[in-house]
Write a protein that binds this ligand. Structure first.
Ligand SMILES: Cc1cc2nc3c(=O)[nH]c(=O)nc-3n(C[C@H](O)[C@H](O)[C@H](O)COP(=O)(O)OP(=O)(O)OC[C@H]3O[C@@H](n4cnc5c(N)ncnc54)[C@H](O)[C@@H]3O)c2cc1C
Length: 396
């Protein structure tokens, strides 16, 4: 979207605040939460409603690590980096549990399922990576449990899976409700939320920054861009650093019995599904079968991908055959060159910082990555591998 001269109502109202966070997905909601928790005055601003972007379209699996299995990340980036990244996501999940979920009191409200998540293999090649990952993960202190083909066959009454690796602490959640909950917690701590305010220009002055949006002008000490996939549309500096990639999903009518005991992530993360306590099954993926068409900002569904997901699901979980699909949707993820999120400043604008590039794992990374962004903004704390300079060094 763009803002025309006619739509520009930024001159009608001026808001003065310490921080403006652009983007009310899980990243921006979390940044607003951490800022407000530290007593900062913060305005959380989005072009649409809260969770308008990927955070409202996600599968909501709270997984450890990246889309690539641990074994591959060890091969590509070394054992230390792999351990750091997995520890980061484990800490992120622990922080969400401590600050947002509580000891189970919000589970029903958030549609949270805590039975664990399983990386399941659909090929011998994937099985060998999963087994190797399992050994490395356990050696590095991340509790995981091997599941054999017979266990998966007994669970699903089908032959799709050759084996798996269960993360007992893995969870699945309604991602829109989770995002709205984090926004609610930020508001309880004093954050103000401005929906339907599209940012169209950033100005930097000697004593501060100004975010011009379609419905108001925000004067602040600092702007934090949490626009993930949309970041290149907000500022050209983010072009080539984060790439928009569509993910498609569907949901079924509620089933009377549980047919999926865990959140499942399979085919190297290209397919994923889980079942709500209320019976509905949500599933997504298949983008690898038309990777080029799935690039870009469109969030329309396409028949080929939707049929692919549904056929796969009926094979993997035969109890779904004959069931009705009630919802189909798509969302836009922000991929980085190496599968990890990154944080940086706009060139010569240290008052404008960004967090982007969650690469399909924003619920695994977002809450803690936003805290790191806030720690950097407030204290100048080091951000280690999260630094955007990493992408230039790797040529990613
Ligand atoms: C189908 C699908 C399945 C997924 N499954 C999982 C999963 O199981 N687990 C997982 O961890 N992750 C998953 N993801 C990825 C996850 O949803 C994202 O990584 C995460 O939501 C990113 O959050 P974010 O807040 O950074 O970005 P977003 O949620 O995309 O938020 C960005 C916000 O910026 C706003 N914005 C953009 N431009 C402007 C502007 N100019 N002015 C004001 N506001 C603006 C947008 O409206 C949007 O609300 C999935 C994504 C999709 C699409």
């Amino acid at each position: 979207m763009t803002v025309s001269l006619w739509q520009d109502r930024s001159s009608e109202v001026t808001h003065r605040t310490d921080f403006v966070v652009i983007g009310a997905g899980i990243s921006g909601a979390s940044a607003a939460y951490w800022l407000a928790s530290r007593g900062e005055k913060v305005a959380l601003v989005d072009a649409g409603p809260v969770a308008a972007g990927a955070s409202g379209k996600s599968a909501g699996m709270l997984l450890l690590g990246t889309a690539d299995p641990y074994s591959r990340v060890v091969d590509l980036y070394g054992r230390d980096r792999a351990r750091d990244v997995w520890s980061f996501t484990a800490e992120c999940r622990a922080l969400l549990t401590e600050h947002v979920f509580g000891a189970g009191e919000n589970d029903a409200d958030l549609r949270l399922v805590r039975t664990g998540t399983v990386s399941a293999a659909v090929s011998e090649h994937e099985l060998s990576e999963i087994r190797r990952s399992g050994e490395l993960l356990v050696a590095d202190g991340f509790a995981h449990e091997d599941l054999d083909a017979a266990t998966l066959k007994a669970a699903f009454h089908g032959d799709a899976f050759l084996g798996g690796l269960r993360d007992p602490a893995g969870m699945t959640v309604d991602p829109a409700r989770l995002t709205r909950r984090v926004v609610g917690l930020a508001k309880d701590r004093g954050a103000e939320v401005f929906e339907n305010h599209e940012l169209f220009r950033i100005e930097e002055h000697e004593d501060g920054v100004v975010a011009l949006t379609s419905r108001g002008r925000f004067e602040a000490e600092m702007i934090l861009l949490c626009t993930n996939a949309y970041s290149p549309l907000v500022h050209p500096h983010l072009e080539g650093k984060v790439y928009p990639a569509r993910g498609q999903m569907l949901a079924t009518e509620p089933l009377p019995e549980r047919v999926i005991p865990w959140g499942i992530y399979c085919d190297f993360g290209y397919e994923y599904f889980w079942q709500l306590d209320s019976g509905e099954v949500v599933a997504g993926g298949w983008r690898q079968h038309s990777a080029d068409a799935e690039k870009g900002y469109s969030d329309e569904t396409t028949p080929g991908i939707q049929e692919g997901v549904w056929e796969f699901m009926q094979r993997a979980v035969p109890a779904l055959q004959g069931k009705r699909v009630t919802h189909r949707w798509a969302g836009v993820m922000g991929f980085s060159g190496d599968g990890l999120p990154f944080i940086g400043d706009l060139p010569s604008k240290p008052r404008v910082k960004y967090l982007a590039g969650h690469t399909g794992h924003g619920f695994g990374f977002g809450f803690l990555a936003a805290k790191k962004l806030v720690d950097l903004a407030l204290e100048g704390d080091p951000i280690g591998w999260l630094g955007a300079g990493r992408l230039t060094l790797q040529g990613a």
